[in-house]
Design a protein around this ligand. Structure first.
Ligand code: APR
Length: 249
């Protein structure tokens, strides 16, 4: 069993306005690769050539070759114990909101209800000409790039580099960050703005930061070093145990 600092469970159990910021690391155990570092997506696909809106507009067929590979991986992915533990924490009243940089929809599939998708969602495609949106299950991605009935090019409804964050997601995330007492930051390198500023905003407003990551990626009050799919279920168990003890008093 991984030794989990009981202080993290105590902070969690005592707070009633905790939020989570999640990144690619939480979905690694679901079979979706992370972006940066060894074995990351950007190691094989140069973000300048495959990850920007300018690259997409220049050559959508080329970018779609990579997008199709990601879409196929995401279609097969299922939530892992980390996603389920966060969904349980929400149901038990310990977690108010998840702000996720992930586009895989796995938090919702695991049962989380209050999820802000900071970088959009891969399960929808949007026409770059008329704005029509399609569930990806309704589009046969065969000839690349896939096209709308109007002839426009379809793009996954996700935020590429060079695009702005959906206004509602940005506004509600900042509101959450300014009005929470704990942020649990899970599986993100915190290398990309503006998502990376969420823990900083919360910290400046007085919140405690708990990081779950094998690496120490940011200043935090508590760093739980380990894989999210192992650490989060143990943390959940500890919080449950604490709450039973408190009820018994
Ligand atoms: N559990 C917890 N953390 C993990 C695990 C795991 N099983 N596996 C890897 N990690 C950590 C890594 O140590 C790293 O800190 O997850 C982090 C993944 O970082 P990135 O690959 O940079 O992913 P992310 O932070 O989500 O990237 C942010 O950048 O490329 C853009 O739009 C893309 O949303 C993405 C954004």
């Amino acid at each position: 069993m991984i030794p989990i600092d009981s202080a993290a469970a105590e902070i969690f159990a005592a707070a009633n306005n905790t939020i989570a910021l999640t990144g690619a690391g939480i979905s690694v155990a679901s079979g979706i690769p992370h972006f940066r570092g060894c074995g990351g997506i950007w190691e094989n696909y140069d973000p300048e050539e495959y990850g920007t809106i300018q690259a997409f507009q220049r050559n959508p067929a080329k970018v779609w070759i990579a997008l199709k590979i990601f879409c196929d991986i995401m279609d097969k992915a299922r939530p892992n114990p980390a996603h389920f533990a966060l969904a349980s924490l929400e149901k038990l009243g310990y977690l108010r909101t998840i702000i996720t940089q992930n586009i895989d929809g796995l938090h919702q599939e695991a049962g989380s209800n209050n999820v802000i998708e900071f970088h959009g969602n891969n399960r929808w495609l949007v026409c770059q000409k008329c704005g029509k949106r399609y569930p990806n299950t309704e589009v046969v991605i065969d000839l690349l790039p896939p096209l709308c009935v109007c002839g426009g090019v379809l793009k996954p409804d996700v935020v590429l580099f060079g695009e702005i964050i959906p206004r509602e997601a940005l506004y509600s995330s900042y509101l959450e960050a300014n009005n929470c007492s704990v942020v649990i930051v899970i599986g993100t390198s915190a290398a990309v703005e503006p998502a990376a500023s969420i823990p900083r905003i919360a910290s400046r407003a007085g919140a405690k930061i708990i990081e779950i990551n094998p690496e120490e990626e940011m200043p935090s009050d508590i760093h739980l070093s380990g894989f999210a799919e192992e650490v989060l279920p143990i943390l959940l168990e500890k919080i449950n145990r604490l709450s039973i003890q408190q009820d018994a008093l």
